[in-house]
Structure formats: C-alpha cells, structure tokens
Design a protein around this ligand. Sequence first.
Ligand code: HEC
Ligand code: HEC
Length: 186
Amino acid sequence: MRRLALALTLILPAGVQAQDAGSSAWDRIYAVASHPRCTNCHVGESGRPAWDDLGYAKDSVHGMNIVAGESRIGAESIPCRVCHISAEGANNVPHAAPQIDEAWRLPPVELAWRGKSSVEVCQQLRHPEANDGFDMAELAEHVRTSAFVNYGFKPGAGRNAAPGTTEELAEDLEIWAAAGTPCVGD
Ligand code: HEC
Ligand code: HEC
C-alpha cells in the first residue's frame, strides 16, 4: 500500500493530491460530527436533545420530557442549568448530568447534524451561513477552544468519546479548507 501511495504521489498532479487529502480529512471530520457525543446536542427544530449511545433504546430523546425551546437553553420550561451546572466537572459519575465550564445548551438550528448523511453535513459546514457565520479558520479555532467540543472528546465515565482529539479535528478542518472544502458529488 505504502509503495502504491508513493507511486501515486509521484504521478498525480498536486491539485488532485490536495483534493484527495481533503476528502479523507472530511471523512474523519464526519466520523466526529456524526458521533452521538456531538449529535445529541446538534439536533434540529424539535429542540429535543438526544440520549443516543448512553445505554437507552436506539434513537432515544432526552428523558424527563426535556425540550430546549427557541431559546435553546430551556428558558421556556426547565432550564438546562438546573441539572447541567455551568462549572467544570470531572463527570466521573456515569449517568449524572454532564457539567462543563459553559452554559449547557443546544446549538442554533442551522447546526443540526443528527441523522444527516455525510454529504448533507459537508454541504452545511462549508457554507458560513449554515454554521453560525463562521469561516473555516474560525471553525478550526472554535474546535480548539470550545468547552462543548472538548466535552465530546472527554465525556467522562461510562460514555464513549468521539474519535480523535480536538487538535486532530482542527487540523482536519484546515486540510479540508485548504483543499477547497470538497464534498462527495462536487
Ligand atoms: C452541550 C451541547 C453541545 C455538544 C455536546 C456539542 N456542541 Fe457543538 N455547539 C454547541 C453550541 C451551543 C454551539 C453554538 C456556538 C456556541 O454557542 O459556542 C455549537 C457550535 C458548534 C460548531 C460551529 C461553530 C460555532 O461556533 O458555531 C461546531 C463546528 C461544533 N459545535 C462542533 C461540535 C463537535 C465536533 C462536537 C462533538 C465533539 C460538539 N460540537 C458537541 C453545543 C454543543
Ligand atoms: C432534570 C435534569 C436535567 C435537565 C433539566 C436537563 N438535563 Fe440533560 N441530562 C440529564 C442527565 C441526568 C443526563 C445524563 C443521562 C445519561 O448519561 O444517562 C443528561 C444528558 C444530556 C445529554 C447527553 C450528553 C451526551 O454525552 O450524550 C444532552 C445532549 C443533554 N442532556 C442536553 C440537555 C439540554 C440541552 C437541556 C436543556 C434544554 C438539558 N439537557 C436539561 C439531566 C437533565
């Protein structure tokens, strides 16, 4: 394999190589963006956070009838912070409400990824208007500094972490951006 890759490196024009690297980077980005540690928050208009991959039935929504509402923080009913305290915690008690140093809330509706295919999320993320107005450099910066993203990679006891690290995800976003943000079907 390695010899084949080397041979291809010698034959293929640089633009094609960059695009290949961009597509592989995207596949790794999607493996994270489609992970339940991210998609349980990145839900759409229903405003219902999910409880996938926590040992409940497949496609479970948050117990106790929790709805985030238009505020995305549950201001209309029970605020998220009643249980998800805004202070860094070790999160080492399985099934206790996760707590981080940030107001626990759902992202804006445009950032809904749960149940979406690789192509759909790819198209969404490369358009700043579909990701909260962020350009690619800012997205990579968000990933490096967001307490939410950090939680997804280090969710504490009893929860599967998203694959990789925040730094690897940020670097993949940069590789994907440098390759012109390719999506399948371009
Ligand atoms: C607790 C809920 C929550 C979890 C879990 C979560 N996010 Fe988010 N995410 C948000 C919120 C809220 C925003 C909107 C930006 C903000 O307010 O910081 C956001 C925005 C984003 C953005 C867009 C950049 C921006 O600032 O708008 C990206 C990219 C992102 N999240 C990636 C991830 C990834 C990758 C994971 C999993 C490893 C993840 N998020 C897990 C709540 C969450
Ligand atoms: C009454 C307490 C309570 C309230 C209020 C609450 N939660 Fe939770 N939440 C929990 C508990 C407990 C868990 C852990 C479930 C488990 O791991 O089995 C949890 C887990 C989650 C998860 C899953 C995290 C993961 O790693 O998959 C998300 C997403 C979530 N809550 C979002 C919200 C949002 C958004 C709000 C506000 C709209 C909210 N929660 C309000 C108790 C609460």
